[in-house]
Design a protein around this ligand. Structure first.
Ligand code: SF4
Ligand SMILES: [Zn+2]
Ligand SMILES: [Zn+2]
Length: 320
């Protein structure tokens, strides 16, 4: 097995590219794919201040490493979800990464700063754990980006994630979700710009990137992911990919090139129909009702305890 570029011994085969690569040329391929995604979707400029959401998993840590290597200014944000051993371990991988590089990390711990964890919050709010978790993370990413004056929030969603979400949305023809499934969500209505620079790379490539660069990451999945529909969609797509390499990429890239804009116009109409946003009376975040969904979740999760306001309302100094 020889590297396609230099003919030296290869360490990885990428069937989608019908080629094998040595360490140096595989790492270069990963960086090139990220650079291509950033340029193709006009994600951010070299002078932009970037906030990356990190979980301790392979994708976000590999992406942070790649963006730093490319010379971008990238600070990290980790949210402690209070999901037992999984959360206790995942933060240690993030801290280890940060120790080895000269970068800023902000940690927001839900149990200590907001008085609830994802298991208790989901029970109190009668939401699934992933729904309570997604709501909490979105709110805190937006808030941290706005307070910190960042130009853009970056997440480590990769090609496997996006293809699985696309399959789920297509199976149900959820036109509003399909219209928003772009790797760039523009800033607006008081929300920051959000981008996904890993959309050209899959899970296997990101795991290999971490192994080859010595980045330690939490290998275990979050225990709340068990039974998650997206894991099932990923399995289906993996079967298709095994039979026909490149299927995931063609499915997702073809959607972006030929279909997403048709759904985006349907989405624009639904945005126009939405009530105007106004500041949440508890935390100031833009929302369509008096109190935003996050503050309502905090209130329910902490029961009779008054709503604990986040750093915006308390104007606490941040570590960034
Ligand atoms: S699997 Fe669900 S609960 Fe676990 S981190 Fe992901 S969204 Fe949160
Ligand atoms: Zn090579
Ligand atoms: Zn609020």
């Amino acid at each position: 097995m020889k590297c396609r570029v230099c003919r030296e011994p290869a360490v990885i085969d990428l069937r989608r590219h019908n080629a094998n690569f040595c360490i140096e040329h595989f790492l270069r391929l990963c960086r090139d794919q990220v650079a291509k995604a950033i340029a193709e979707h006009d994600m951010f400029a070299p002078e932009d201040r970037i906030l990356i959401a990190v979980s301790g998993g392979k994708d976000s840590l590999a992406l942070w490493d790649i963006l730093l290597d490319m010379g971008y200014q990238v600070d990290g944000l980790y949210i402690g979800l209070g999901i037992g051993e999984y959360s206790e371990q995942s933060v240690t991988y993030v801290e280890k990464f940060v120790e080895s590089r000269d970068v800023n990390l902000r940690i927001i711990d839900l149990p200590t700063e907001y008085g609830y964890d994802i298991p208790s919050g989901s029970r109190a709010a009668k939401r699934t754990p992933c729904s309570a978790c997604g709501l909490s993370k979105r709110h805190l990413f937006d808030q941290a980006a706005t307070e910190g004056g960042y130009d853009v929030v970056v997440t480590g969603h990769n090609l496997d994630d996006e293809a699985a979400v696309l399959l789920g949305n297509t199976l149900r023809w959820q036109s509003d979700y399909l219209g928003r499934q772009k790797p760039v969500l523009p800033a607006g209505h008081g929300f920051p710009r959000k981008v996904k620079p890993l959309v050209r790379l899959g899970e296997r490539e990101m795991a290999a990137y971490c192994v080859l660069t010595g980045i330690d990451y939490i290998v275990d999945e979050c225990p709340k992911a068990v039974g998650n529909k997206h894991l099932g969609y990923k399995e289906v797509l993996n079967l298709l990919e095994a039979q026909s390499p490149g299927s995931k990429h063609d499915f997702y890239a073809g959607f972006l090139a030929r279909a997403v804009d048709r759904f985006a116009s349907a989405e624009d109409e639904t945005i126009d129909d939405r009530p105007a946003l106004r500041p949440c009376t508890a935390c100031g975040a833009p929302c369509s009702s008096e109190v935003c969904a996050f503050c309502r979740l905090v209130e329910r999760a902490t029961q009779d305890v008054p709503v604990k306001l986040g750093p915006t309302a308390k104007k606490e100094p941040t570590s960034l």
